[in-house]
Write a protein that binds this ligand. Structure first.
Ligand SMILES: [Fe+2]
Ligand SMILES: [Fe+2]
Length: 321
């Protein structure tokens, strides 16, 4: 059984016939503008499952991902010119818009909330700037595109996880702005999860290149961002190194991240590795129901969490190729 499946996969890989999706069946998504006016008040440090190190991973992500988003924007802009399908082209424009606003809003959160709570925002920006300037931004465009698709796979996995486990991942002390920021970001990552992959398959479709981007994205998200997370509690509070309370948190946080039932890494590793399948597609995971639930929680005009911060939304036009 396993051998037959493997043979089928290798056969598909060798023939490498790529089936393009029917873009007319895809659900369009808008570019939403938000103004949170972060002030750092009521910010709760251990907002992710009351775990200091695990929450530090989420905040390290907030600092580093703005650089990933800039890379995604630059790469998407470059490759949009090679996309002939008008609907996919429109989706690329919407992806660029969403990522640009993510980056802008996270930078505001980093400056107005994290920096005011002794997070090493400037130092981490210095590190990230150098990694991206002398590393990722020097990659040739095809590799950048595969890295972009790999990054978007991880954000899609995390978004699906967050939407599925919404009731249990946020500490009850979390403030509305921090919670709204992350829920909005997860919702939009899930809305546009297939765009980078579709562009990569359309323009390149090379399996080895796709997997190279996946490993680079894995190294960045699981390795570099995690290393950043480890530094945060120590840089914020050097006494943590000798605090038994903190080391208890480290054990708790590692469990929160890695346990196979509901850990963000531990329970999603199978989903992450699905990317290695030659016939993988992001839409193999149907997240429509979770997205509807999140839209209701965030955008319901009466009770939506984002309503106080939502300013406008814009749907890019579909233009004939
Ligand atoms: Fe994003
Ligand atoms: Fe994204």
């Amino acid at each position: 059984m396993l051998v037959r499946k493997l043979k089928q996969s290798v056969g598909k890989l060798m023939n490498s016939t790529i089936e393009y999706p029917d873009f007319t069946k895809k659900i369009p998504f808008p570019i939403r503008h938000l103004e949170f006016r972060f002030d750092g008040q009521n910010f709760y440090n251990n907002f992710y499952r009351n775990a200091e190190l695990a929450s530090a991973y989420v905040t390290a992500m907030s600092i580093f991902l703005t650089y990933g988003e800039e890379l995604v924007i630059e790469t998407a802009r470059y490759h949009r010119d090679f996309v002939n399908d008008p609907i996919l082209k429109q989706r690329v424009t919407a992806l660029i818009g969403q990522e640009a606003i993510h980056s802008k809003v996270h930078n505001a959160f980093n400056d107005q909330t994290l920096a005011n709570h002794q997070y090493p925002v400037r130092f981490y920006r210095f590190l990230a700037e150098n990694v991206f300037k002398y590393g990722f931004h020097r990659f040739p465009q095809p590799l950048k595109l595969s890295l972009m698709a790999g990054i978007e796979h991880f954000t899609a996995v995390f978004a699906e996880f967050a939407m599925k486990h919404d009731a249990e991942i946020w500490a009850k002390e979390i403030d509305d702005k921090t919670k709204g920021l992350w829920m909005w970001h997860f919702m939009e990552e899930s809305e546009h999860k297939d765009v980078a992959y579709d562009v990569f398959q359309l323009i390149s479709g090379n399996y080895a290149l796709r997997i190279t981007g996946f490993f680079l994205a894995s190294f960045t998200i699981m390795g570099l961002v995690f290393a950043g997370a480890v530094g945060i509690p120590i840089l914020r509070r050097p006494l943590n190194t000798i605090s038994p309370r903190y080391w208890k948190d480290v054990a708790y946080s590692l469990n929160v991240l890695w346990n196979p039932q509901n850990g963000v890494f531990g329970s999603t590793i199978g989903h992450v590795m699905e990317y290695l399948r030659p016939d993988f597609h992001p839409n193999d995971h149907d997240t429509t129901v979770y997205l509807q639930d999140y839209k209701q929680k965030l955008l319901n005009p009466e009770s939506g969490l984002l309503i106080p911060y939502f300013t406008k939304e814009f749907m890019p036009k579909i233009q004939a190729a």
